[in-house]
Design a protein around this ligand. Structure first.
Ligand code: ACM
Length: 509
């Protein structure tokens, strides 16, 4: 028998036994089941191996020419998102729900290997379910824009690691990226540029719905973010009456000079990536009409329960104004039928709407008032998502000299990304931690390939932090780096441009 954690699986399953041997993969293997995961499995095996498995939606689909079967079925007594997977002389995946079948299918794909005798599934017995219900990634489409097909590829590669939420950062100083019918100038006037003077773009409502549907087919909930009241320079390009004149801060001036980037000018597109200079007008009722219209239109096309209202780095907004604004904005989201999510600074406001979810982006050792701000969401009946910046931010450099990424939170090698515990950062009950989200900010990434170099392999580390039991046998760095190395052939087959970090023993096949 092989040690359980020597199987090439990331995230590590809750419980797994490797069985000696292999199940050969040929077109005589038939997939049986009417779940969408059956068709997704057949397509993925074909992309990887060139072998197209046959398919029957009928439970007695075994018949002539069928060497063996892969049966997919649902058993509601299995945990939500959980599954059992047995690979012996045949394969059975039993999901607690469709998401469980999808995750069991992803695990089976990781057991697909090519050896000297050809393609085969490694034999195994696995029982699995997630540690945290919330396993998120974020893509910033404002500093650089990524089109629908690029977002779909991002969904494919992250859902394969069992991430189940996709947060889209849709508005920032550099651009507005989503069609809003009641405020058409947002996309007409404030979407065409991006950081570094690169071209921008935006999603039509149909584009957005297409992304949401594609994500849902891969069991990911889309969380749209409109960042307010700061990070709003682009709104002022479209509707100057909604936004204050830029307020410079020392760090913005110094960083802009160091990077040779322009300072923000009211009403003109902002091409740099300094922060903290913009604010909507807090004391104008028109601002709240704007917020309500945007939230309502987003809510109409977002089946998921959340709308993110930002709230980070409003450095030029007086604290009393900030508090007033976020109290009203969180209430508006509830009034429009959704649950607000906000960056942890919003917890500084005493009367945020009860039940608002906070997103902590401070460090593993909280600085200043970050911990108190985060805890206030819990005091108000909400809960927290951990995006601890010095371990979980995907846009930090791996090494000092890595060509992409920033360094303000930390240099994050793969080991650092892996070795953190989401419940140990803040002094709140464990039950208040919904899970984690790993954000990719796109200041330095001009293409999806550059995004992927920052995201992979570190997203796999975050996937394991979010999914795998903390105390499972093999839930440690030495095991993880071996298992992670085994993902290389899958990522190559799917065209994922991962960074081959030299901490990891990458396998060829
Ligand atoms: C953030 O990184 N400004 C949330």
């Amino acid at each position: 028998m092989v040690l359980p954690h020597s199987m090439p699986l990331v995230p590590l399953p809750a419980s797994s036994i490797a069985v000696d041997g292999r199940l050969p993969v040929s077109d005589g293997l038939r997939v049986i089941g009417d779940s969408p995961a059956a068709a997704q499995l057949i397509d993925a095996v074909a992309r990887r191996s060139g072998i197209r498995l046959s398919h029957s939606t009928d439970s007695d689909g075994a018949g002539d020419g069928v060497a063996s079967t892969i049966v997919l079925r649902i058993d509601p007594t299995t945990a939500p998102e959980g599954y059992g997977l047995t690979v012996g002389d045949s394969v059975e995946i039993v999901g607690g729900d469709e998401a469980g079948l999808f995750y069991g299918m992803q695990t089976l794909l990781q057991l697909l290997r090519e050896d000297d005798e050809g393609w085969a599934f490694l034999r195994a017995e696995i029982t699995d379910a997630p540690r945290f219900a919330r396993r998120g990634v974020m893509l910033d489409v404002t500093r650089h824009f990524f089109d629908v097909d690029e977002v779909k590829k991002f969904i494919d590669s992250t859902s394969a690691l069992k991430f189940n939420h996709l947060h889209l950062h849709l508005s920032d100083d550099q651009g507005w990226r989503i069609q809003i019918d009641s405020w058409p100038k947002l996309t007409e006037l404030a979407s065409s540029t991006a950081s570094l003077g690169d071209p921008g773009g935006f999603y039509t409502k149909d584009d957005y719905r297409e992304i949401v549907a594609y994500a849902a087919e891969r069991h990911m909930v889309v969380i749209p973010e409109i960042d307010l009241p700061g990070h709003t320079h682009a709104i002022g390009v479209a509707y100057p009456e909604l936004v204050e004149d830029p307020v410079m801060n020392d760090s913005l001036i110094a960083e802009s000079a160091r990077l040779g980037q322009p300072l923000p000018v009211a009403g003109e597109p902002y091409l740099g990536w300094g922060v903290g200079h913009s604010s909507v007008r807090i004391h104008e009722e028109r601002t709240y009409e704007f917020v309500r219209d945007v939230v309502r239109e987003l809510a109409e096309m977002t089946p998921g329960p959340y709308i993110h209202i930002g709230g980070d780095e409003s450095l030029g907004t007086p604290q009393a104004d900030f508090d007033l604004f976020v109290e009203r904005a969180t209430a508006i989201v509830f009034e429009e039928g959704k649950i607000p999510v906000a960056w942890h600074e919003v917890g500084a406001a005493k009367d945020i709407a009860e039940g608002t979810i906070g997103q902590y982006w401070g460090k593993t050792t909280p600085e200043g008032s970050h911990a108190e701000e985060a805890a206030h969401f819990v005091e108000r009946g909400g809960a927290l998502i951990m995006s601890t910046a010095d371990v979980a931010y995907l846009d930090m450099k791996y090494t000092e000299d890595f060509p992409l990424g920033l360094t303000w939170a930390a240099i994050i090698d793969v080991r650092r990304a892996y070795e953190w515990e989401p419940t140990a950062v803040l002094d709140v009950p464990e039950s208040a931690i919904l899970g984690i989200e790993a954000p990719l900010w796109s200041e330095t990434t001009r293409t999806l390939s550059e995004v992927e170099q920052l995201v992979f392999p570190r997203a796999a580390a975050q996937a394991e932090v979010a999914w795998s039991p903390h105390d499972a046998d093999g839930r440690d760095w030495e095991s993880f780096r071996e298992r992670l190395g085994a993902l290389a052939p899958l990522w190559k087959a799917e065209g994922v441009d991962f960074h081959p970090a030299d901490e990891i023993p990458w396998s060829e096949r």
